[in-house]
Each structure stands twice: as C-alpha cells, then as structure tokens.
Design a protein around this ligand. Structure first.
Ligand SMILES: [Zn+2]
Length: 251
C-alpha cells in the first residue's frame, strides 16, 4: 500500500483518534489541506479568498502598552493573537488573564526568547513547556500554536514540536519590521500595503510606535474590507476560548 505523504496524512486527520501515530500530546490540531504549510507543520498564511487577516503581537505582555492595545481592540470589537513570553506571563498574570477574557488568543513564544535553532530538543521543549504551563495556570487552557523567537526554528525542530506536543509553528506573511522602530505611520503603511486575504501579520506590542500605529492600522484594514480574526479563527478552528483540552502529556 502506498504510504500517504505527511501533508495528506495531516489533512486527513480530523480527530486524534484518526491519527494513531501521533502521540497523545495536547491539544489536538488537524491542519487542513488548504493551509500554506510544508512538511514541518508550519503555517505562514491561510490560502483563502475571504478578506480575513490575523494580527499577531509578539513578546508581551507589556505592563503599559498591552493594556492600551487591548483598549483599542475592545473599542473596535476586534480579536487578535498574542504570542507571549513565559517569563513575562508570570510577571503580569492580570494582563494575560485580560487578554484571554476579552476573547483574544494566546500563543506560545518560548520562556526566555532565545535563538532556539541553536538549542537541543530538551532545551527547546523546556522553553516551550514552561510557557505552556504558565499560560495554562492563568487562563485554564494551553496555547495551540507556537511562534519561534526571531523565526529561528529549523524544519527538524518544527517537526519534533508537532510530533511531541502537537503544536504547529506559526510564522507570518507580513512583517512590518516594527522592532526597528520606523515610526507609527510607517508601521501602519507597511501592514496595510502587505495585507492579502489570509495574511498573518507580525508585530510587537512592546514598542510604543507599534501600538501607536494600531488605530490607523486597524481602521485602515477595516476600510479596505478586511475582517480581523485570531489565528485559530482564520484557520477555521474553534475559538481558542471555546476549546476543551486534554491534560498535556509530557514525554
Ligand atoms: Zn519575539
């Protein structure tokens, strides 16, 4: 019998019960076949004609800027995805709880933001597991996707993470290079200029210029007919808050 390729195999997995070769790590994710992905369970964008995009904010929470950003999103009734650093989650749990309570999604962005591509599997999993545990403790649910710091994560590591923890690696299709602090209007212009249906937009809510760029960016996306969704939403998965999870099995 011909072995199905990994992509077709993953696409066919509607439930963990159908994927006996994947370990029982939480949470279950099936990557649909229309996702832009490669052999390493990586998501950079969603292939769709629907005008949906996902704003993602990395490196928080930030004690001053993240609440400001949450106010902006709330005023517009929008949902975004926050890739949080574990050692900041334990410092500002109230903000983390607010992110979850207001309908946003929280993803895993490692414990201490290292160059993971230089680390071995045990160190990588320790960075990720500590962060998952911290997010779980505050919100009652684990993240369902992982974003590597600097995008520095080898294909082998991505495969390893998906196999051992069932966490797909989420990168991005729009990078405004906001960490270089080019100014709010440039950040907004780059995001609006780069957005396409299914785009995943990278940004960082630890920079004043990025957060200052958001009113113009969010309103500009709306004017262009885009709807904002969380990563789970644009993937067609259930809303992060509504998912029920098995206990994380380590190994
Ligand atoms: Zn980062």
């Amino acid at each position: 019998m011909k072995r199905p390729d990994r992509r077709a195999f993953l696409a066919a997995c509607g439930a963990m019960a159908l994927c006996p070769t994947l370990p029982q790590a939480a949470p279950m994710i099936a990557l649909p076949s229309d996702i832009v992905q490669n052999e390493a369970a990586t998501i950079m964008a969603v292939r769709t004609v629907s005008p949906v995009v996902a704003m993602t904010f990395d490196d928080g929470p930030h004690p001053r800027l993240t609440p400001l950003l949450l106010d902006m999103l709330k005023a517009r009734g929008l949902r975004a995805t926050f890739y949080l650093i574990g050692n900041r989650v334990v410092k500002w749990p109230d903000i983390v709880k607010r992110i979850a309570d207001e309908g946003h999604e929280i993803g895993n962005h490692s414990w201490s933001h290292p160059f993971l591509s230089k680390l071995g599997n045990d160190a990588v999993l320790s960075e990720i597991d500590r962060t998952t545990d911290a997010i779980y403790k505050v919100t009652g649910r684990p993240p369902v996707t992982f974003r590597p710091p600097y995008g520095a994560f080898t294909n082998k590591q991505r495969q390893m993470l998906y196999q051992k923890r069932n966490l797909p690696t989420v990168l991005w299709s729009v990078d405004p290079q906001d960490w270089r602090k080019p100014g709010a209007s440039t950040v907004a212009k780059r995001i609006l200029g780069g957005s396409r249906p299914g785009a995943i937009i990278l940004s960082h809510d630890i920079h004043t210029g990025t957060v200052n760029a958001m009113p113009g960016t969010l309103d500009g996306l709306h004017e262009r007919g885009y709807q904002l969704g969380t990563v789970s939403q644009i993937m067609g998965w259930p809303l992060w808050q509504s998912r029920s999870f098995r206990r994380v099995v380590k190994g």
